[in-house]
Design a protein around this ligand. Structure first.
Ligand SMILES: CCCCC/C=C/CC(=O)SCCNC(=O)CCNC(=O)[C@H](O)C(C)(C)COP(=O)(O)OP(=O)(O)OC[C@H]1O[C@@H](n2cnc3c(N)ncnc32)[C@H](O)[C@@H]1OP(=O)(O)O
Length: 352
């Protein structure tokens, strides 16, 4: 439908739109769903066999019917033009996700961060959806699971909107709830029962860098960078990095990243042991997926048992580190240093 058209839509168009809504592959999000529901109710409440006279109710009904039909039409066309929602042959797409795209193919479950327009920043919904996707991937038939990003970024880390628009009286609750959510989120990576591979397609920031220490293999494009600007943001390390980074790269190098915000190139991250291997960006996807498909054809149970054995040596320690890091962060989020950093990002967009 032409969205600029002022032509009135018929009851038949409206009913067709109701059917199309049910067929959308991508959840349009709560805001849009509420809008659709409100419009639907306006039509529903006023719909009755129409008398020829034009009443205010009839005209409101026409308006709501038109807006509902146009909104659905825009959702349908956005979806059909959106490469994010495409799947390749043999790939099955999992359930009802808004912020991640979860697919399985060739015994590999891929969890793709899917907010490319926000550089895949992780908002509250995304934290929850990633946990849900990890729970499903841990139980499904796949041999390995992969985390990657859609678009030019792997992820810009925590969505700073998670700290925005909070009333002063709600700050403590925000920090407490944030710490609970973060602990649960990182716990899902500690406990993940199968090999978990990070395919770092572009720059990685903050929590998406620290979590790499909890992945079993990290492949990076030579375009990727690794930046954990905790002190710049008035925060402190998470994702068990305060324990794992010194173990992986030695204390001196970990200090440069975790205390002094050093941004690593992919080559540096590989030399320092955070990344397993770096590939040229032009062949990154082809080379990495060919390698992963070969790995995923190995005996599934043997891989899972071995992964769990390796992790079991450290699991208790990692949970204790995670708890401590979240406790410290809960305090940090209430500090002037952190609040000022968030405000300055939104005011003049102080970028990293
Ligand atoms: C439950 C809570 C748990 C908390 C766990 C704690 C974790 C710690 C961290 O993860 S710390 C890291 C936090 N991340 C940042 O500070 C990154 C902030 N972003 C930037 O500095 C820049 O956006 C950039 C360098 C990543 C990219 O710059 P570029 O110029 O290439 O692109 P834009 O800035 O125009 O970005 C496009 C739009 O995306 C929005 N955006 C990007 N990153 C974030 C983010 N982390 N949080 C919120 N929004 C982000 C950006 O605002 C643009 O939006 P707009 O198009 O609406 O303007």
């Amino acid at each position: 439908m032409d969205r600029t058209s002022t032509m009135q839509v018929s009851q038949q168009d409206f009913e067709k739109a109701q059917e199309q809504v049910k067929l959308l592959k991508k959840d349009p999000g709560n805001e849009t769903k509420l809008k659709l529901y409100a419009l639907f109710k306006q039509v529903g409440l006023t719909y009755f066999p129409r008398k020829p006279t034009v009443s205010w109710a009839a005209s409101r009904e026409d308006n709501a019917r038109q807006k509902y039909t146009e909104l659905v039409s825009s959702l349908v066309s956005a979806e059909s033009a959106d490469p994010k929602t495409d799947t390749s042959p043999g790939e099955s797409r999992h359930g009802d996700y808004e912020t991640v795209l979860v697919t399985t193919k060739n015994s590999i479950t891929k969890i793709m961060f899917n907010r490319p327009e926000k550089k895949n920043a992780i908002n509250h919904k995304m934290y929850r959806e990633i946990m849900k996707a990890l729970e499903e991937a841990g139980k499904d038939d796949s041999t390995i699971a992969v985390i990657t990003g859609n678009g030019d970024y792997y992820s810009s880390g925590n969505d700073l909107n998670n700290f925005a628009n909070i009333q002063p009286s709600e700050m403590e609750k925000m920090a407490k709830d944030g710490a609970v959510l973060l602990k649960e989120f990182v716990g899902h990576f500690i406990d993940f029962p199968k090999p978990l591979i990070a395919v770092v397609n572009g720059p990685a920031v903050g929590i998406c860098v620290t979590l790499l220490g909890l992945c079993d293999i990290v492949y990076a494009s030579d375009r990727a960078t690794f930046h954990s600007p905790f002190s710049e943001l008035g925060q402190s390390p998470e994702g068990c990095s305060s324990y794992l980074f010194p173990k992986i790269m030695g204390l001196a190098k970990a200090n440069e990243i975790l205390l002094f915000n050093k941004k690593l190139t992919a080559a540096e991250a590989c030399a320092w042991g955070l990344v397993t291997e770096v590939f040229p960006d032009s062949t990154f996807q082809k080379e990495v997926w060919a390698r992963l498909e070969a790995y995923a054809s190995l005996p599934k149970n043997s891989l899972a048992v071995s992964k769990q054995l390796l992790r079991s040596m450290e699991k208790e320690k990692l949970h204790a580190v995670n708890s401590k890091e979240c406790e410290v962060l809960q305090e940090r989020w209430l500090s002037d240093e952190c609040i000022n950093a968030v405000v300055s990002f939104f005011q003049k967009k102080a970028k990293l």
